[in-house]
Write a protein that binds this ligand. Structure first.
Ligand code: PXP
Length: 236
């Protein structure tokens, strides 16, 4: 199973001070060195974390770059200019803290169809970030997607075991449905070291895209080394 590391929240820390660090491209290269199979970066319409220049710099250094995006004109322009290996289309609301649900491909209409056509013409592969729902899978196929990514937030954030199991079974059922129809199947959102194991057991899921928990763990695991480094520099 492949791991795509989402580096958005490295950029979040940088944007907090508009400093030059931490650098999401450096984080991407370190992730690949540690075994990540691809890098995911979400260029949001409000540019709250990843910036246009990051996408171009990532594209120069990372072969398997998966750019997450909503179909907003300024973001589409960057994607068509940078040409990442793939784009994952997500819904986006300005007020949300993170991508709260899957894309409604079934109701996507002409705008979505046009945008996908432009990516396919540019040789960019298209994946859809959707809820585990057969109708959304079928609509994704109709629009030319080669992959779907199932939103695992409902599973990760389920308030009790029964609801978590229900979500897990839904994702497993739809993964089989999508793979049987020739789609690549990925999953992601809210996954961490405590909840990833059950998703890994779904045989059709080929890739997990994980961001927040990995960046958070990097802070925890990396804090002793960062403090030691500073103490060393402070020696008189
Ligand atoms: N996959 C997609 C399509 C997403 O939108 C996100 C969140 O940006 C992720 C994966 C990663 O989610 P998380 O940061 O919760 O691991």
């Amino acid at each position: 199973m492949r791991l795509g590391v989402n580096i958005d929240h490295v950029a979040t820390v940088r944007q907090q001070r508009h400093a030059g660090y931490p650098d999401p491209v450096e984080a991407a290269l370190l992730s690949l060195k540690a075994g990540a199979d691809s890098i995911v970066a979400h260029l949001r319409e409000d540019r709250r974390h990843v910036q246009d220049a990051d996408i171009f710099r990532l594209k120069e250094r990372v072969k398997r770059l998966n750019m997450e995006m909503a179909i907003s004109p300024s973001v589409i322009r960057v994607a068509l200019a940078a040409k990442p290996e793939r784009v994952t289309l997500v819904p986006e609301r300005r007020q949300e803290l993170t991508t709260e649900g899957g894309l409604d491909v079934a109701r996507g209409g002409a705008r979505l169809r046009r945008a996908i056509g432009r990516f396919l013409d540019a040789g960019i592969r298209v994946s859809m970030f959707i809820g585990a729902d057969e109708r959304q899978v079928e609509a994704s196929i109709r629009l030319g997607a080669i992959a779907v990514e199932f939103h695992t937030g409902g599973y990760a954030d389920a308030p009790n075991f029964r609801l978590r199991l229900r979500e897990l079974l839904r994702i497993a059922r739809c993964s089989r449905f999508a793979a049987d129809r020739g789609l690549e199947v990925a999953a992601g959102h809210g996954l961490n070291v405590s909840n990833v194991a059950a998703i890994v057991r779904i045989p059709e899921v080929e890739e997990l895209n994980i961001g927040h928990s990995i960046v958070a763990r990097a802070v925890a695991i990396g804090m002793p080394a960062a403090v030691r480094e500073m103490k060393n520099r402070m020696r008189r």
